[in-house]
Design a protein around this ligand. Structure first.
Ligand code: HEC
Length: 214
């Protein structure tokens, strides 16, 4: 009983803490359509990989995501299909520019509490302080520049455009965190189909055997 009460007390104190850390994150619905994934990929590979790597994503995986062979060939240039998406910025250059190496983005979708909501809000939480310096509401003292330019947006229309870009980026990062999910789902369906078939066959077999016993 004592243990139960302690657990209860603990969860009651833990709950509000969880709620408040989630509270300031904006919710985003991941878009799994091929078009959204490709738009997100375009932004990530033309902007974010200027500083970040995605070391678990190979060019070959992008074919699996639905990007055309022609486009993947253009993107990789003379790199191998099995090469991974690297950062354009060497680690030591990043160290002297930011004092740290930008984190790998392959698993970022799951790496922060709030998952996609975190990255979405983070990308659209840059703002200019009164002294003109840049900061971020969810990451005060951030060292990353405002990659999508949210703090520079002139009006609501531009802000909405940037939010749409952030959503595409997050959708791509959700895919990147688990690029083989679709294959697994398909495999699961085959297994289910096989099991249904097997059950049917065993049922027929059982009927036959019991018919002989009757
Ligand atoms: C000019 C270099 C640069 C570009 C371009 C850039 N980043 Fe970053 N990013 C950084 C640095 C540096 C950090 C580390 C920030 C810190 O710890 O203060 C970072 C951190 C992050 C983080 C982690 C924040 C955290 O909670 O630790 C995410 C997520 C992220 N970047 C996403 C992106 C995405 C998505 C893009 C493209 C839209 C992008 N970044 C473009 C340099 C960059």
């Amino acid at each position: 009983m004592k243990k139960f009460l302690m657990t209860l007390a603990f969860s009651l104190t833990a709950l509000p803490a969880f709620a408040s850390s989630e509270a300031h994150l904006e919710k985003v619905q991941v878009d799994t359509s091929p078009a959204a994934l490709e738009r997100g990929m375009d932004i990530v590979t033309s902007n974010c990989t200027g500083c970040h790597a995605l070391k678990y994503i190979h060019y070959r995986d992008l074919l699996g995501m639905g990007v055309s062979k022609k486009k993947v060939d253009e993107m990789r240039g003379d790199k191998n299909m099995d090469a991974t998406l690297v950062s354009a910025m060497p680690d030591d250059a990043a160290m002297s520019a930011f004092g740290k190496v930008p984190p790998d983005l392959s698993l970022m979708f799951n790496a922060r509490e709030g998952r996609g909501n975190y990255t979405y809000t983070y990308l659209t939480a840059f703002y200019k302080k009164p002294d003109g310096s840049l900061d971020n509401h969810v990451f005060p003292g951030v060292k990353m520049p405002d990659a999508l330019g949210y703090s520079e947006a002139a009006d609501d229309k531009q802000r909405a455009d940037i939010k749409a870009q952030a959503k595409d980026v997050v959708s791509f990062l959700a895919w990147a965190a688990d690029p083989h999910e679709q294959e697994r789902l398909l495999f699961g369906k085959y297994i289910m189909g096989y099991l249904v078939l097997l059950t049917g066959m065993l049922y027929v077999l059982k009927k036959k055997i019991w018919a002989r016993l009757d």
